[in-house]
Design a protein around this ligand. Sequence first.
Ligand code: FMN
Length: 196
Amino acid sequence: MKPVIVGISGASGSLIARQTVDALLDRRIPTIVVCSNYAKLVWQEEMDETFSARLSVWRETPHFTYHGAQEMAAPIASGTFPTSGMVIAPCSMSSAASLAHGVANNLLLRAADVCLKERRNLVLVPRETPLHAIHLENLARLARMGAVIMPPDPPFYLKPEGIEDIVAFFVDRILVSLGVEESLPERSQYGGRPPT
Ligand SMILES: Cc1cc2nc3c(=O)[nH]c(=O)nc-3n(C[C@H](O)[C@H](O)[C@H](O)COP(=O)(O)O)c2cc1C
């Protein structure tokens, strides 16, 4: 399978990034991670391990590649490098704004811009609340370009027991959206109960 790119930007929700990368690596899918500088700062605030400690764990798996945001000469900066798409999880409003306006001045943005121009899967997990009109307009522009806008809303109808449950469900949805999984697993379905 062609690699999947996971962009991690500096919005809250580092756990979503970690679980997404773990899920891809568990499936032995070639996974290329690119992380913004602010994402590392947020990770430090939110996680019980440093980003570099997590990188060391990921690097032990053969399907994993990492690039810093300044590595603009990395293969994923070019449309000729084949990938099956990209998720930015979480996606900051700043990265969404840049992307919506064709600004690609770091590798994360460039890789996402390549997905847009090559018409590849691009899933964005925007995390901000409340959203003002500029945020909404930027996200709408990106949706019109074909990006899937997937805010990390809790599945209240599944009665999640905690953040782990919510993130697990959400990562399942990302994998389906990226085409890595065909459908949601049992635990992520409605169980016959329609969402309210
Ligand atoms: C602890 C922390 C949490 C943040 N949470 C968010 C957030 O949820 N959403 C957001 O859009 N920006 C958030 N920010 C601000 C972004 O990090 C900031 O706009 C940064 O410029 C984003 O850059 P990047 O998109 O290159 O990562 C947060 C910053 C910090 C330090």
